[in-house]
Design a protein around this ligand. Structure first.
Ligand code: ADP
Ligand code: MG
Length: 230
């Protein structure tokens, strides 16, 4: 049996000793499974995604991605897991302003040592699949918010990661554009059998997930029965 794509066991984070943002979090996400993570502003959703991405360290418990416990790895080994197994979509897009679209999308491949030529071909193919085929030589500043989010999604998908992390990816989009972006995240993760952890305030966004969980200070709880996001 293959390992889950993501496992949390007893995970806690305190930015200051004794002041826990959350503790005792347990979670298993299998290949192809999509989880929505709900919770009010300040509850620690972004903190949790950063732990999963290996950008921050848990103060207790274990975070494992693709069978590798991140806490046992040094920085370069953690970076390797991140580059190979994770695609990250941010609310604020975080595109590099002076790079054209294909260059932005190719970054994960270039970090893996893929040649520039192959990286460009793959980046352009993913941009094409997201309806931006004609724009690969444009700069991000010439795009609408919805288009920029599609580029950010292309960058998160181009290296075919097993796990997509999306932190309020529709938070900066109008409702119509958000619906289009969500449909693309839905279809792309489904097609690739990627696991998805989607942080969102929006019930519309949470609807694409198989499971909806609420982050509380002491557990991840099933959100289906409780109130929806703020
Ligand atoms: P959410 O994404 O759910 O809004 P965050 O993970 O951003 O929540 O923040 C959770 C809590 O941790 C907040 O109280 C925030 O102020 C605090 N926090 C976040 N990042 C840091 C940091 N780097 N150093 C200290 N405190 C932080
Ligand atoms: Mg956040």
């Amino acid at each position: 049996m293959t390992a889950p794509v993501l496992t949390l066991a007893g995970v806690g984070r305190a930015y200051e000793p004794g002041h826990w943002i959350f503790r005792h979090l347990d979670l298993r996400v299998e290949a192809g499974e999509r989880v929505a993570l709900l919770g009010p502003s300040g509850s620690g959703k972004s903190t949790l995604l950063n732990l999963v991405a290996g950008l921050d360290r848990a103060d207790e418990g274990t975070v494992a991605v693709a069978g590798q416990a991140l806490g046992t790895l040094d920085e370069s080994a953690r970076a390797l897991v991140r580059r190979q197994s994770i695609g990250f979509v941010f609310q604020a897009f975080h595109l590099v302003a002076h790079l054209v679209l294909w260059q932005n999308v190719a970054i994960p491949l270039l970090l893996q040592g893929v040649s520039a030529e192959i990286a460009r071909d793959r980046a352009e193919a993913v941009l094409d699949s997201l309806g931006l085929g004609g724009r690969s030589r444009s700069l991000p500043t010439t795009l609408s918010g919805g288009e920029q989010q599609r580029v950010a999604l292309a960058r998160a998908l181009v290296h075919e990661p097993a796990l997509i992390l999306a932190d309020e990816p529709t938070g900066n989009l109008d409702p119509e554009t958000a619906a289009v972006a969500l449909a693309l995240i839905d279809r792309q993760t489904r097609t690739r059998n990627a696991a998805l952890v989607l942080v969102t305030h929006s019930t519309q966004a949470a609807a694409i997930a198989d499971r909806r969980l609420r982050l509380t200070p002491s557990a991840l709880v099933d959100a289906a029965a409780g109130a929806t996001g703020t």
